[in-house]
Design a protein. Structure first.
Length: 403
């Protein structure tokens, strides 16, 4: 069992001491987190780590998951895409489906938190149960250019909250409530990110029939059009003309994402004529994700839209050279030519990949810088501190909380 103290060698004793101080101030407050899936995707990933650590700090933290059928998740997936600015056909009936499932959740969810921390749009309507307790809406999505109809619908709920939290300054919205900007984080000691012995990495490669005889370019991400797996294949094909290499496109589905299998089939179809493209449908297995990221020579994340992009954070922490699109939270993580390479197109991605394959020393320098950037800004301990400050701020008329 990982304890807070185990983070000291990574972040230093002062950081841990600050956390203990803040936690004491939250004594007696129940913090109830609510989202729509316990597994898959970035939100579940973060909650799985934050909740136990808050509990170790004696904060009364809880996590509940709302229910929803296939239709509800199809609608919320459409909302998700539309909030990212994709052209989705939204019917009036979709709002009815959303409200029907929301009514069931409103009826069935026990609200007991002094602070209710609601993640993303799926459970947003639970705000109808607001009493004298504090409610925060945590938006993990890039809403810099949202579909107006969907945002307008959600906004009516958002403004009833006490505060809203966004992951990046460009995602903030015009709202009559307080807004906070908090970046997500990764846990350096989780199965997803901890150091791995070489034989574990090799074991996973063997399981998937991959050998290390050529450099590996890898995108490990849900099979989702917004992650642009076909764009990754297109970039790889350009690179392959000059540098012999192989491509891993690996990912599992999330329970609240019904589109995954369809996208995977499209990728399989495109990959079938090249034995150096490994399209892998992964089980939910953090060690395997870790091993594949570590096995990669270069990590690519060619998303068309992105929330924060935790896969990039994970890759940088592993000191990997990363090529990633300049979307969502990725530019917060990658300073171009310092902690990775940003790209804006298939051609740009291919150019960056070739550059890294041809200059291993430069690639290593970018990876090392990336790891330090993550250590200073995107580890779980910084996230924990900002959440606790946020909770305390809700009880304070002024925006300052003193340690
Ligand atoms: N992930 C995983 N298995 C997969 C694909 C992704 O565990 O097959 C994890 C990935 O390592 C990261 C998270 O899911 O921790 C994805 O978060 P990100 O912000 O990159 O994107 P999202 O999926 O939330 O859009």
């Amino acid at each position: 069992m990982i304890e807070l103290q185990d983070y000291t060698p990574i972040v230093g004793q002062n950081v841990i001491d600050d956390l203990r101080l803040l936690a004491e101030k939250l004594e007696g407050k129940a913090i109830q987190n609510i989202n729509s899936t316990a597994v898959g995707g970035g939100v579940a990933e973060i909650l799985n780590r934050l909740i136990p650590l808050l509990q170790e700090l004696n904060v009364d933290a809880h996590w509940d998951v709302i229910k929803g059928g296939e239709q509800f998740f199809e609608v919320t997936k459409k909302f998700h895409n539309a909030l990212h600015g994709l052209n989705e056909e939204i019917r009036s009936h979709d709002f009815d489906i959303f409200m029907e499932a929301s009514s069931n959740n409103i009826a069935q969810t026990n609200i007991y938190g002094d602070i209710v921390f609601v993640h993303d749009p799926q459970p947003i309507a639970l705000i109808k149960k607001k009493g004298s307790n504090k409610w925060i809406w945590r938006c993990h999505i890039d809403v810099s250019n949202p579909n107006r109809r969907v945002w307008g619908f959600l906004r009516d709920f958002v403004i009833k909250y006490d505060a809203a939290v966004f992951s990046s300054p460009s995602f903030s919205q015009r709202l009559p409530i307080r807004q906070f900007l908090i970046s997500p984080s990764i846990d350096p000691l989780s199965d997803k990110n901890k150091e791995l012995p070489e034989d574990v990495i090799n074991g996973v490669l063997k399981k998937y029939g991959i050998t290390k005889d050529k450099p590996i370019i890898a995108q490990i991400s849900r099979f989702d059009r917004l992650k642009d797996p076909l764009g990754v294949i297109a970039a790889y094909k350009q690179v392959k003309k000059y540098n012999d290499c192989q491509l891993i496109l690996a990912g599992g589905g999330a329970k609240d994402d019904p589109e995954g299998i369809k996208v995977f089939e499209e990728v399989k179809e495109k990959a079938k004529e090249d034995k150096d493209i490994h399209a892998l449908l992964l089980p939910q297995n953090d060690l395997e994700v870790n091993a594949l990221q570590r096995a990669a020579t270069i990590i690519i994340q060619k998303s068309l839209k992105e929330g924060f992009g935790l896969t990039v954070t994970e890759a940088l922490w592993k000191a990997k050279p990363v090529v990633a699109s300049a979307v969502g939270g990725i530019p917060l993580q990658i300073k171009h030519k310092y902690s990775g390479l940003l790209c804006h197109s298939v051609d740009g991605a291919a150019f960056a990949l070739k550059q890294l394959l041809n200059s291993p020393d430069y690639a290593k320098k970018l990876g090392d810088n990336g790891r330090e950037h993550v250590r200073n800004n995107f580890l779980l301990t910084r996230h924990l501190k900002e959440y606790m400050l946020l909770f305390l701020t809700l009880y304070n008329d002024k925006d300052m909380v003193y340690l």
